[in-house]
Design a protein around this ligand. Structure first.
Ligand code: SF4
Length: 444
């Protein structure tokens, strides 16, 4: 970490080189921060979203621990949290995608000690992709390979121009790579979506498919890859795009030297979500009979990919894991948090860096409001407001270090800008875990 302290306009400024932005799944690790005390005054190379993330960051002026809404010592909060989790018969742990891997690892351990569920926000975004990886497999690569090799770049149900503003410039379209020396000129960009997004305007070819027809469109391409003759009228009726355009796309896909498909929640959270995700991965696998082709989900949260990795290497499954029998069981729908809460099953919760009170269904929110739960968040949210124990924690990447995984499963270090009086997620979870083990009679 290159950190320099310099005098500038009479003020003491710290420069943090190669800081990592955790606002989106690109986790750009080339940001230069200028820090004045506890304020970031400049974030060079960050996009508009990254600048807002760094420059608008303010340290929360509120207690690090609230029990039933009252300021309390941290130790009392850790004790109460451990009591809640140990006294429950169906405790659940949820969130984790905006927390570093070191904290995620401890959260999974707590889930194991208490025989509870461990679930992440993947269950409400790319869960179907995680399941498709298991059933079909993933032909994958790093974003560095995309930058150096990708000559046909497809975005399907994903709008990085708005959600991941540096995706095009840093990884997928503009970079001048080893085998793409002319950058954008060496690449063809294809966007498939149900509406003309900002990303579609950057595309060489745009396919506006009928809403909820991703499955049909993907299987049209699979059929064309295999040389199956299709009924032109039916293809256009079902996908909204003429057969000859799909055929032209397939010809280009076969002729590409290194094809890449990035797909988003427009595929995983629309009609046929699991089937769409499987079809996407299967199409990519098919293409490898002709050329090199890879597929990547465009992930949103800064460390949601880390959550998938950590939960997978701790339990064998990426999300929606239950430990009630003393060993991990995976069953999305049964053990995913939104479903467990909506059915009124959980009787305690530990929520880390997530706000289910703002975005879960009404039945799930209603039930969460009736059970004791612990919330960790750098900000006050509807979820922290209703928590039995609410910890105000340091913001990862700005106030604490650790490791995050970029959307291509590459781990990256965090380089914090300044410290705050609040504890990190990892510290809070380690203290809770220590007390849980004491209550369970586990030797330290
Ligand atoms: S693209 Fe994402 S990670 Fe990169 S600077 Fe913008 S918000 Fe941050």
């Amino acid at each position: 970490m290159a950190t320099a302290v310099s005098k500038h306009s009479g003020a003491s400024l710290k420069i943090v080189e190669d800081a990592t932005c955790t606002f989106c799944g690109c986790v750009c690790d080339d940001i230069t921060l200028k820090v004045d005390g506890d304020k970031i005054v400049e974030a060079k190379k960050a996009c508009v979203l990254g600048k807002a993330w760094f420059l608008n960051h303010e340290t929360e002026d509120r207690p690090s621990c609230l029990i039933d809404g009252q300021p309390s010592p941290l130790d009392a909060g850790y004790d109460r949290a451990a009591d809640i989790l140990c006294n429950a018969s169906y405790p659940i742990i949820y969130g984790l995608s905006d927390s570093p891997c070191e904290a995620q690892r401890v959260a999974v351990s707590i889930g194991d000690w208490i025989g509870g569920n461990v679930d992440t926000t993947t269950s409400v975004c790319h869960g179907p992709s995680g399941m498709a990886f298991q059933s079909v497999g993933e032909v994958t690569c790093t974003l560095g390979e995309v930058a150096n090799r990708g000559d046909l770049i497809m975005f399907w149900g994903s709008n990085p121009a708005e959600s991941h503003p540096r995706h095009f410039t840093k990884y997928s379209l503009m970079p001048k790579g080893l085998f793409t020396p002319n950058g954008r000129k060496d690449r063809t960009c294809v966007v498939v979506d149900v509406r003309k997004t900002k990303s579609a305007k950057a595309a060489d070819l745009f396919f506006q498919i009928k809403p909820r027809s991703d499955f049909e469109a993907l299987w049209t391409l699979r059929a064309l890859a295999a040389g199956v003759e299709l009924d032109a009228e039916q293809v256009e009726r079902e996908t909204g795009v003429p057969l000859e355009r799909w055929q032209d796309l397939m010809d280009r896909m076969k002729a590409a030297r290194f094809g890449v498909i990035f797909f988003g929640m427009g595929v995983t959270m629309t009609r046929g979500k699991h089937c769409n995700s499987e079809a996407m991965l299967a199409l990519t696998r098919d293409m490898n009979d002709y050329t090199r082709f890879v597929v990547k989900p465009n992930r949103g949260h800064g460390n949601v990919t880390g959550a998938d990795n950590v939960v997978s290497w701790r339990t064998g499954y990426p999300f929606g894991v239950n430990h009630a029998r003393g060993y991990p069981r995976f069953n999305p729908g049964e053990y995913t948090t939104a479903d467990v809460l909506a059915r009124g099953e959980a009787d305690a919760a530990l929520i880390i860096a997530a706000d289910p009170m703002s975005n879960f269904s009404q039945p799930a929110r209603n039930h969460l409001a009736t059970i004791p739960y612990i919330a960790l968040d750098p900000k006050e949210t509807p979820t922290t407001r209703g928590a039995a124990v609410a910890f105000t924690v340091a913001t990862y990447g700005i106030n604490t270090g650790g490791t995050v995984y970029r959307m291509d499963d590459v781990p990256l270090p965090l380089r914090p800008a300044f410290e705050v009086p609040h504890p990190s997620d990892e510290r809070v979870l380690l203290e809770i875990e220590r007390r849980v083990k004491q209550r369970k009679g586990v030797r330290a």
